[in-house]
Design a protein. Structure first.
Length: 576
């Protein structure tokens, strides 16, 4: 008999701000132990689902981690799924632990949103749903096990999150649509004072409520997409496939579209100068098409609208020169790579590859610990070799719209090829956080076959682009466990970055902080700091000097170092 679901005795998750109990004894001191117990929890979940038996079997697992993060049993189980599966969503729950009850799925989604608002999860769009992954600050915490401090979201991330959640307007279940809307309102209210964009959405929502109109749903659903995808969708018409998805999910949505695209009356969103009627080929306003108003773009999202295909290009001359330090084994490989990418040598290499009838594209992988200089090294390689660089953060490529992941990926390579043709020497294409979109191809059988087919299609597009790539590509990642073998084979050159050893840490400290060498050795011996940690310390010191006129003091510097430790790490993702 299936064990009784623990949702039957579920209590609402603890609210943010609930005082934490004093930490219990350090039952789990090593990160390897943490992951082993999380892995056992995941296996138990797959066998027994959300049940009282699962609760009993895992009651002693990861107690310190759970208490540090203030997680109850159900929050911990959802956390473990994200840790082991790479992401968690309603579809993932249905496929991994066979949780299909409406009550169970709703409770789970509420927990996912709760962990999102607490900074433990980040949100990503799915197919008529949303998916959640561990946030970058959460991953950093798991690596370092310092104090967990949720990251304050910038405007682009806020827009991306609202746009992703608004995807739930396309689900057929009213309860899930309402839950998504409630969480959008939470984000808008939270950031209304910080971001004028959120204040505007809040204002338009309140106007719609006063009018007795649900038109604000269209605003939440479309505005973020038009901002984030302005190149592909500069305007939208009432017959577009995106509108069809919105209308088909709820009969009341059709009246919303009729209001917004009214042929006789100018809608409130146009009066508020959020949207504007697009201009047709004859130069007249077309009532069937709307676009973002130019005044809205200047006032609320300045710098976020993509209007030029080459805007991601960073000129070599504009890259600030920095001195980087690495362990000897890494430095040897880096020197070799720098020599190979020098224009004259690279040109000779390409000629020989052409003569041999093989691919000329140079595809490189930088992997390893966060904060060890992978991204900065890419920029410095561009600087040293006189190459421009196109930097793409792959975590922003995922889209909630069907087929757009594939389109976004194609645009990356099309844009690079266009720039390549206009360049005297090959620019570098930098795919930052490549693990966000490069992963294992999945089995398409089962209920999620259509979604998985779309994911696999994206992977295949990247593989095909790699096979036909001409130029220089660098992919960076903290996680390689989810990479498909087919991708690994296509990386011609790989460097796995190590944590800086004692000598290198001392060199970085002297170079960046300008402190005596003997002090640097004391700090390096007691604190396993990465280059990023040391840069954080430098910024804190600079701030304190500006605010308080602080002069150099070793004791104060040691205090700042205590918050920036890197300890032993464990891998995140599927394990063999």
């Amino acid at each position: 008999m299936k064990p009784k679901s623990i949702f039957d005795r579920f209590i609402t998750p603890k609210e943010e701000g609930t005082p934490k109990k004093k930490p219990i004894n350090d039952l789990l001191t090593g990160k390897k132990d943490d992951f082993n117990e999380a892995s056992k929890t995941f296996d138990t979940l797959k066998e027994f689902g959300f049940s009282t038996k699962t609760s009993k079997l895992i009651k002693n697992f990861n107690l310190k981690l759970r208490q540090d993060l203030n997680l109850n049993d159900l929050e911990y189980l959802i956390f473990v799924i994200a840790l082991n599966a790479g992401n968690v969503s309603l579809n993932v729950l249905s496929s991994i632990i066979r949780e299909n009850s409406i009550n169970g799925l709703m409770q789970s989604l509420q927990i996912m949103f709760s962990l999102y608002h607490r900074g433990i999860f980040n949100i990503y769009p799915g197919d008529s749903e949303v998916a959640f992954r561990l946030s970058s600050t959460m991953i950093d915490y798991l690596y370092s096990r310092g104090e967990f401090k949720p990251e304050d979201k910038n405007l682009k991330r806020v827009i991306f999150d609202i746009d992703s959640i608004a995807n739930l307007y396309n689900t057929p279940l009213p309860a899930i649509r309402n839950l998504g809307e409630a969480n959008i309102l939470m984000i808008i209210n939270k950031y209304a004072e910080k971001h004028e964009y959120c204040a505007l959405l809040k204002q338009e929502y309140e106007k719609s409520i006063q009018r007795g109109s649900p038109d604000y749903k269209f605003l939440f659903y479309m505005i973020g997409h038009l901002i984030l995808n302005s190149l592909e969708f500069p305007s939208i018409d009432r017959n577009h496939a995106l509108i069809d998805s919105f209308v088909n999910s709820d009969s009341t949505h059709e009246s919303i579209i009729n209001n917004v695209f009214s042929p006789t009356e100018k809608h409130q969103f146009l009066k508020s100068k959020i949207f504007d009627q697009a201009i047709d080929e004859s130069g007249k306003a077309d009532k069937n098409f709307i676009e973002l108003h130019s005044e809205f773009k200047r006032k609320y999202v300045k710098g976020l609208i993509r209007e030029k295909s080459h805007e991601d290009l960073i000129r070599s001359i504009n890259i600030p020169k920095k001195t980087l330090f690495f362990n000897p084994s890494n430095q040897e490989r880096i020197n070799e790579l720098t020599d190979m990418l020098s224009p004259k040598t690279f040109s000779n290499i390409k000629k020989r590859l052409v003569k041999a009838g093989t691919r000329t594209g140079f595809i490189i992988l930088f992997s390893g610990f966060p904060g060890t200089g992978k991204t900065e090294l890419s920029l410095q390689l561009a600087k040293k070799t006189g190459r421009d660089i196109i930097k793409v953060d792959m975590s922003t490529i995922r889209s909630k719209w069907w087929g757009e992941d594939e389109r976004n990926v194609k645009n990356i390579f099309n844009n690079y090829n266009a720039i390549l043709q206009d360049s005297k020497i090959e620019p570098i294409l930098l795919l930052n956080e490549a693990d966000a979109i490069i992963g294992k191809r999945l089995d398409v059988s089962g209920n999620n076959g259509a979604i998985i087919s779309s994911i696999n299609a994206t992977q295949n597009i990247i593989l095909d682009a790699f096979d036909n790539f001409e130029g220089i590509l660098i992919a960076t990642t903290n996680l390689t466990t989810n990479f498909d073998n087919a991708f690994e084979r296509r990386f011609l050159y790989k460097i796995e970055f190590e944590k800086p050893n004692l000598e290198v840490r001392a060199q970085i400290l002297v170079s960046m902080l300008k402190i005596p060498e003997q002090d640097a050795k004391i700090i390096a011996k007691d604190h396993e700091l990465s280059g990023a940690n040391i840069e954080n310390i430098y910024r804190k010191l600079t701030t304190r000097k500006i605010l308080y006129g602080d002069e150099y003091n070793l004791e104060k510097l040691l205090d700042l170092c205590k918050d920036e430790k890197i300890e032993k790490t464990f891998r995140i993702g599927f394990q063999n």
